[in-house]
Design a protein around this ligand. Sequence first.
Ligand SMILES: Nc1ncnc2c1ncn2[C@@H]1O[C@H](COP(=O)(O)OP(=O)(O)OP(=O)(O)O)[C@@H](O)[C@H]1O
Ligand SMILES: [Cu+]
Length: 642
Amino acid sequence: MMTITKRFWIALIFSLPMLVGMILMPFGIMIPGGEWTQFILTTIVMAVAARPFLQSAWASFKKHHSNMDTLVAIGTATAYIYSIYAMITHQSVFFESAAFVVTFVLLGQVFEERMRNNALNVIEKLVDLQAKEAEVMRDGKLVKIPLAEVVQGDLIRVKPGQKIAVDGVITEGSSTVDESMVTGESMPVTKKIGDKVIGSTMNSNGTFMFKAEKVGSDTMLSQIVELVKKAQNSHAPIQNLTDKVSEIFVPVVLILSILTFLVWYVFLGATIAQALIFAVSVVVIACPCALGLATPTALMVGTGRGAKMGILIKNGEVLEEVNDIKTVVMDKTGTITKGKPEVTDIVGDSQQVLKLAAALEESSEHPLATAILDKAKADAIQADKADSFQAIEGKGVEAIVNGQKAFVGNDKLLNDVKISTDLENKMVHLQNEAKTVVFVGLNQEVIGMIAIQDAPKATSKEAIATLKARGLRTVMLTGDNARVAKAIAQEVGIDEVIADVLPGDKADHVEELQKKGKVAFVGDGINDAPALTMADVGIAMGSGTDIAIESGGIVLMKNDLRDVAKALELSKKTFNRIKLNLFWAFIYNVLGIPVAAGLFFAVGLTLSPELAGLAMAFSSLSVVTSSVLLNKAKIDTKIKTV
Ligand SMILES: Nc1ncnc2c1ncn2[C@@H]1O[C@H](COP(=O)(O)OP(=O)(O)OP(=O)(O)O)[C@@H](O)[C@H]1O
Ligand SMILES: [Cu+]
């Protein structure tokens, strides 16, 4: 099939002589061949350039549907066929109307296609970022193999300046890595043994070995590309409205156009030709192609721009919800804080306490467990063996150590185990310092306490101030103790704290908050997934668990809380752009139809079919331009500091 651009050029080249003819006519110069030349030129335009419109209109007519092509086809075919009839019966013709309308409609589509390609390029460029080959350990030797042959579990060597082939974990060596192409983070990230590396990012100075964990379409980059593609093709709910409008619009326009013809011909005594010109103008000006462009073009530019900033907006629905968000609810660990807790104080015999705690935490995945194990390792403490390990959600862990019942956890786990007032005072003191306190116990007796601190991210305070400056209420939702939560909330400026929440209850709290307006939830953990889904807008940290990322409508690749405001701003701008586009597209139809119908004929204001065609192209162009300008729109979330 011929490309739109080619069809446009053909239409333009064969229409131009008629335009020249029209300009020269007042000077008494006629194009050679007169009507016959017009007939031949227009026939070529109709047969070649306009053919797909006619075919598509016919196809939908057979299915008893109508679309934009129906209007273009009916408008141009009417002008063309009537002109042939007029030529035979020696009346005035208006072939050029048909040719010009086709040209202008195609002009609009050329612009649309250009823009679509540009937007898609953003994604294709991402794919181009992939490494072409990798140096992999095979049979004890390092060999270079193409990327496609790398499998999970491969050990891969990366030298300075090389691209990292796939996602994995460093097993040997260290380096700094530029991850900006995937996460949007411009600062290089230091990587050592045990750290994750992302495929397609750039190694800078060190050499290291890593074990491939995710290859092919499972890599983070492939997932991002997939996600953005899906988002760009998704529908915003507002689109359903436009689809519905188009559906009833076309028949209504056809009826209007027939009425126009009848009124002019039967009641106002116009010639058939004059009446037809009015009718054709109505059909052409009413063609809602700008309407159809309004949503998808803005969505495409908005999501593409987001991807470049490390903000993945998963679909058009999210954009619409963001507009009325009143409250931003945040999880504490890993969202507001770094998610890398460290043991700061130990109450009791520190050797004994750590030895027992480490035995239990060995089997736990919790960040607090990691902190305790790290501390035990640093102090060279050999942990005991634990049996019948049991994790109790939101409370702690229990197990049998040396035949005795042991536990590590918060006060909810204590049940009827009593603690001394001295211990309680110490606990309150530590908690007020924003330290999470867990009790370590054996045989229904507390033998000590471990205080663990997870500092807020450096950017959290600024991020929360920005959200508040936007008039949003900020809420922290955490499973941690109220005193600890309050201390951290105060440090970063959070309005409201909901603490001691069991993992299963997070979604219920979100639902409760939704009574006061729409809620965005920001989180990263497995236990955040239900809340992310329950919230009107779920925002997942890219560092989080896969399930959290899947549940979120927006994913922040940089794990920077400041990007919440940016994501909200970008979504809002994109959605507002859609509304603006729709307004421009509609107003042009609404204002254009009466003029085209000849309502203002008495005051000399009319719209010929070719002018209507030009107006249509212009309207498409303005919608597309308006969407493209979204790339330039300011996403400024910095607040002025006094
Ligand atoms: N493995 C564990 N060892 C010790 N204490 C634990 C463990 N798991 C949970 N706890 C206790 O239960 C509390 C709640 O844990 P939970 O996982 O629900 O939330 P969190 O990770 O502390 O915070 P957030 O809800 O902000 O992610 C912890 O603060 C801790 O006191
Ligand atoms: Cu149109």
